[in-house]
Design a protein around this ligand. Structure first.
Ligand code: NAD
Length: 296
């Protein structure tokens, strides 16, 4: 392997440490303990695991965690009423509604009912607009984590050619906005892109967020490029269930200058950035200085 491994697990531990330090300072100097409320509707097993792990990580950095578990038949009106209460609760700085929601609920309506300054997922339409216009916003956690790793590796990203594969609202589009904000020349590729291999071969930075196991082979990667693999795909290999990314790690690592592994790359950064967003939201709520290096 020629590429440097970008160790997301170690980087996420560092970010969590910075968050914990800032939380301790907020408590000591201002008597403030930031709080994150996570709302789960229904019993989706994967969502239950995510919510548990978010709650545990929140407590580990010294913040308060408020878990609200509602059954799958809860009405949309009742969920909106709960969000309304959390919006006006000063102990709650961040609100996260675990997606997907049951089919009888309108996800957009629910997300847009969260107070934008408490929207630590960064999905509220106001935050999307603020990010798109280069203003201070809450930034979606996964792309924020990718940006932090890229800045850490390169210092400045100015003038680099970046290709984001995938145009989802939660990863691809905000990732492209963040890279643009750091003065990259950005291309968003997607399922209808013509000659994807040639588009990717131009890139100094490749961010793959597709959800197709190992679809990007090494010979699409420009020599020395940085590869950030957002994909999390569960496949069967050699009779075992394994996690792989959207990039064929072995062949890409032969050509890339730096690459994130799956698992242990982008994944751990997502929760670390959720904690970072919550402490940022708490600082903004109290007009205090935001932690450095934890926002876009
Ligand atoms: P999505 O399904 O919403 O979007 C996938 C995008 O890929 C679409 O925009 C589509 O146009 C594009 N696409 C599909 N087929 C393509 C092809 N053949 N060529 C080029 N583009 C193609 O997915 P998402 O929510 O953005 O997630 C993408 C991946 O990232 C998934 O594997 C998901 O599990 C993973 N993910 C990881 C984290 C994390 O914490 N690491 C967070 C969110 C998502």
């Amino acid at each position: 392997m020629a590429a440097t491994l970008i160790d997301g697990k170690a980087f996420a531990a560092k970010v969590r440490g910075q968050v914990a330090e800032h939380v301790a300072r907020l408590k000591e100097e201002h008597g403030i303990t930031p709080g994150l409320a996570v709302v789960l509707v229904g019993e989706d097993p994967a969502s239950q695991v995510y919510v548990r792990s978010k709650g545990k990580s929140t407590v580990e950095v010294g913040m308060n965690s408020y878990e609200h578990k509602l059954d799958a038949e809860t009405s949309e009106a009742d969920l909106l009423a709960l969000i309304g209460k959390l919006n006006s609760d000063p102990a709650v700085n961040g609100i996260l509604v675990q997606l997907p929601l049951p089919k009888h609920m309108n996800e957009e309506l629910v997300i847009n009912s969260i107070a934008p300054e408490k929207d630590v997922d960064g999905f509220h339409i106001s935050n999307v607009g603020l990010l798109g216009t280069g203003q201070k916003s809450m930034v979606p956690c996964t792309p924020l984590g990718c940006l932090m790793m890229l800045r850490d590796h390169h210092g400045s990203l100015s003038g680099m050619d970046a290709v984001v594969i995938g145009r989802s609202n939660i990863v691809g589009k905000p990732m492209a906005q963040l890279l643009l904000g750091d003065s990259c020349t950005v291309t968003i590729a997607h399922s209808r892109t013509k000659d994807l291999p040639e588009v990717v071969r131009r890139a100094d930075i490749v961010v793959a967020a597709v959800g197709r196991p190992e679809m990007v082979p090494g010979d699409w990667i420009k020599e020395g490029a940085t590869v950030i693999d957002v994909g999390i795909n569960r496949i069967e290999r050699g009779g075992k269930n394994v996690l792989v990314g959207d990039v064929d790690f072995a062949s890409a690592a032969e050509r890339a200058g730096a690459i994130t592994p799956v698992p242990g790359g982008v994944g751990p950064m997502t929760i670390a950035c959720l904690l970072a967003n919550t402490v940022t939201a708490a600082c903004r709520a109290h007009n205090l200085a935001e932690p450095e290096g934890l926002t876009a």
